[in-house]
Design a binder for this molecule. Sequence first.
Ligand code: PMP
Length: 360
Amino acid sequence: MSRIFNFSAGPATLPLAVLEKVQAELLNYQGTGMGVMEMSHRDKPFMDIANACEADLREVLGVPANYKVLFMQGGATAQFGIVPQNLLRGKTSADFVLTGDWGKKAIKEIGKYGKGNVAATAEAEKFTHIPDVAGWKLNSDAAYVHITTNETIHGVQFRDVPNTNGVPLVADASSDIACRPLDISKFGLIYAGAQKNIGPAGLTIVIVREDLIGTVLPGTFGIHDYKQVAENESMLNTPSTFSWYVCGLVFQWMKAEGGLAKIGERNERKAKALYDYIDSQDFYKNPVARKDRSIMNVPFTLPNPDVNDAEFLKGAKAAGLNGLKGHRAVGGMRASIYNAMPEAGVAALIDYMQYFAKTR
Ligand code: PMP
């Protein structure tokens, strides 16, 4: 069976080289006589896998030494609650910049522990741009400022890291972590579910500045206390071992691909090709302000959604292009073009889009 181009928003396509390595090692990992899925997380072969994954993650992302890297579970959704439990640190509120539905979900969870102030929102414009930083209403006594670096549903992405006047910046980077070089030192905390750019579902990466951890709200589970998780090297309980292993292979792949500089260039080329095509004609439309367009998720609409969407998707599937249905919240189509989507996949999508527009 030949592989398709999978444009799913996540879980998403993984590098073929990684999948082949997993396949080769599935039954017998490096002469141990067992697969990684079957190993104790306390035994040396898995400890080596876990340590190498963290070292490679730190190298690829350029994580400064004063940041902890945590391998947690529960996805970004659990972090919506775990972040305030750990980062309110005696304060009563945090600021949120809402650029899409995920930010809205995050602010809802802080309500159980404190106040989430909306410092800026683009909801009135259906999240088609990022509100100008100069107009954000930031509070100097907020515990942190929360942004969603890439809104997966709306296809809106921060290009620059905003200045928050010394208040720690917290980012949900689930759908654009490792998509290009990023200065981690500008953030207090970054969290991301693994299942888009980093590996299979099941693992949540948290990168947090050391001085921010150690004060949790009463009632916080130990497993959600960043300090305890860090002190126990993310093995307070049984971690998501197989996902951790595959993520490690993805970081090795990123290094072999030339690191985030090269990966970022490729992502920019892929996104530019697709947006250039969309902007060159009238059949497909993308509503997002050009400067705020995501290089990871590209939503687009067709002239008559009732007729065209299903027809488009049917033809796309027949052409080996999957996962293009837009999120139910916005409808239309969405092409997720994460790190592992080859340029050939984007070229095939554009070919099909041209063909569909011409023949229907
Ligand atoms: N934040 C963003 C930006 C996302 O794209 C997603 C998932 N699509 C989530 C949060 C929720 O992640 P999870 O399913 O890992 O909880």
